[in-house]
Design a protein around this ligand. Structure first.
Ligand code: ES4
Ligand code: ZN
Length: 326
């Protein structure tokens, strides 16, 4: 069996990572102290104990509540630094990082504070680890569509700093087509577009993400296997999927890693990648996801190398950097 250290040193790109989902309980308490805030848990252990979820929505409740400790530019910069240090130790050479502007602006944190902090953080990651980065702003699909439009207006001055936009939060009941106009405007600003689809939602949401939003990559997408025509379409287009095995287990999309459909996605000819999603909440960073796949699904050295290669192919890297990393 392939050794754990080999999977950690294997160079890879991470393409599905919510920076707010890297907030470890220790950092929640440290930032609360710095900002003179109360945490509604007595200590780190009891907060970590609360990281047990029944589904996506039960996770999101805790995820949005913990991020209340993120207040200042330095908080956002430190969050990115803590992630980059851990990710670099697990072989991440390039990351396309999601953030949720509305989760901050809706509680009174100005977008310029968020952007300045994240920018400082990614500059530090580049300097410390030679890690390249892209920022992807996600719209919260369970909030009013008009708010997504306002958010894109707020983001427009940062279009040069941003890689793209995405769509996340509670999926079922919020089909991608609600965001048709927002995504058209984002594409007009020259932004790359992705969306979460087919995590808990049906294959029809993936069709909409492709045909209506014009996404260039599908986040999660594990439910595409329920629709043969969709699988054929995505294989033919080499449309990448950002799969998050430990997330799928923790949010009960699948019962365990051993029954994950990643091998079936690869056999169907899809460009699947492995990612950590919200590593502080789901029990591991991207290297830990590779280790779980090796242990529980028997993914060997060649399989892991293919997944790492797919991560660079599915990235939005510029060609010189892609060649350097491949
Ligand atoms: C998320 Cl796992 C997942 N799905 C949808 N939205 C999210 N936001 C943060 N993590
Ligand atoms: Zn996600």
């Amino acid at each position: 069996m392939v050794a754990m250290h080999e999977l950690f040193t294997l160079p890879k790109a991470e393409l599905h990572l919510h920076i707010e989902g890297t907030l470890e309980p220790e950092l929640v308490f440290a930032l609360a102290r710095r900002n003179k805030l109360n945490v509604p848990f007595p200590d780190v252990e009891s907060l970590r104990e609360a990281y047990r979820f029944d589904d996506l929505v039960s996770f999101l409740t805790l995820y949005y509540s913990c991020m209340d400790v993120l207040r200042t530019e330095e908080d956002f910069a430190d969050l990115v630094t803590a992630y980059a240090d851990r990710a670099a130790a697990q072989g991440v050479r390039h990351v396309e990082m999601f953030f949720d502007p509305q989760a901050h602006t809706s509680r009174g944190i100005p977008l310029d504070v968020v952007m300045a902090g994240l920018t400082t953080g990614v500059e530090r990651a580049q300097a410390a680890h030679g890690m390249s980065t892209g920022l992807i702003a996600c719209f919260l699909r369970d909030r009013p569509v008009v708010e997504a439009h306002e958010t894109l207006e707020g983001l427009a001055p940062y279009a040069d700093t941003l890689l793209g936009v995405g769509l996340d939060s509670a999926e079922v009941g919020y089909p991608p087509s609600l965001f048709t106009d927002v995504f058209r405007d984002a594409r007009d600003l020259g932004l790359r577009v992705v969306a979460h689809a087919g995590e808990e939602g049906p294959p029809s949401y993936v069709w909409e993400a492709l045909d209506v939003l014009g996404v260039e990559r599908v986040d999660h997408g594990v439910r595409v296997l329920e629709d043969d025509a969709l699988v054929r379409r995505m294989a033919l287009d080499r449309m990448p999927l950002t799969v998050c095995p430990l997330s799928n287990v923790r949010l009960r999309v699948v019962p365990d890693v051993a029954s994950h459909s990643l091998p079936a996605l690869l056999s169907a000819g899809l460009v699947a990648t492995v990612n950590s999603d919200d590593p502080a909440y789901f029990g591991g960073y991207v290297g830990d996801n590779f280790v779980a796949l090796a242990r529980d699904l028997g993914i060997d050295r060649d399989g892991s190398a293919l997944l790492a290669r797919n991560s660079f192919l599915a990235s939005f890297l510029e060609e010189d950097r892609r060649k350097e990393l491949l």
